[in-house]
Design a protein around this ligand. Structure first.
Ligand code: ADP
Ligand code: MG
Length: 230
């Protein structure tokens, strides 16, 4: 029992530490990127290095945003809130990004579930899933978010009409560092799954190559309290 408490304290501190470091590292990265972009046109001799440097900086930024898009350094904050509001907020938040990519992002709400959990973390988990959906979808494609209730659980279902996954990719999705993208981190799905599972929930992927992907996030409606910090 004592060990368990100690372990959970340790995880909590590590989570908080990781969050603060990510916040702190993001600022200098932005500054470096800005200066590099300024210098790009002036330095003839090394100009072929710039795309590589910027791409690697982009990857570093992606790592941070997969972990910590909107979470605050105070890592664990349990709140009671209506899920429909969170779904609408996500839809509004990601719409400009989807529109820029020529994709329509819509939501359907069929549950008025109120849940108690770490709102910031749930938001981070869903953002990572939605970002992947948009990234997988070609222009004129669709991404939809649906909120439904089933028995004692609530489901947030994200569907896209994107490139889908092969059977092999489907078995690897969610494992550490698995990515098929040039600047990918392979962290987003793992972080999402860990967050949802720490809330007693589940993430299921189904996918058809060249047709699209469906991600179902199932959360229990009873005892929806995070047991341990992620
Ligand atoms: P990243 O997005 O940085 O590659 P993720 O962990 O978020 O890392 O995703 C891992 C991989 O899972 C992606 O590179 C992609 O191959 C696959 N994937 C995840 N979501 C989808 C999706 N909606 N459609 C197609 N492939 C997906
Ligand atoms: Mg991702």
């Amino acid at each position: 029992m004592k060990d368990e408490i100690r372990r959970s304290e340790k995880q909590h501190t590590l989570g908080e530490l990781a969050a603060s470091i990510a916040h702190e590292v993001r600022n200098p990265l932005t500054v470096v990127k800005g200066f590099l972009q300024l210098m790009e046109g002036e330095d003839e001799r090394h100009k072929h290095y710039y795309p590589l440097i910027l791409s690697e900086l982009g990857r570093a930024e992606n790592i941070i945003s997969d972990y910590l898009n909107f979470a605050k350094p105070e890592f664990k904050k349990i709140e009671t809130f209506p899920l429909p509001l969170l779904v609408m907020e996500l839809s509004i938040l990601l719409n400009p990004y989807a529109l820029k990519e020529g994709i329509s992002l819509t939501h359907t709400i069929e549950s008025d579930a109120v849940i108690t959990t770490d709102r910031n973390q749930l938001k981070q988990a869903l953002i990572n899933i939605l970002k992947n959906a948009v990234e997988a979808t070609p222009k004129e494609g669709r991404v939809t978010i649906k909120l439904i209730e089933e028995d004692d659980s609530v489901k947030i279902i994200v569907r896209d009409t994107g490139k889908g996954m092969t059977k092999e990719q489907l078995t690897r999705v969610g494992s550490l560092f698995f990515s098929t993208k040039e600047q990918g981190t392979g962290l987003g799905t793992m972080v999402s799954t860990r967050i949802i599972e720490s809330m007693g929930g589940r993430v299921d992927y189904t996918s058809k190559l060249d047709k699209g992907t469906k991600v179902s996030v199932t959360l229990p409606l009873t005892h929806l309290l995070s047991r341990e910090p992620v």
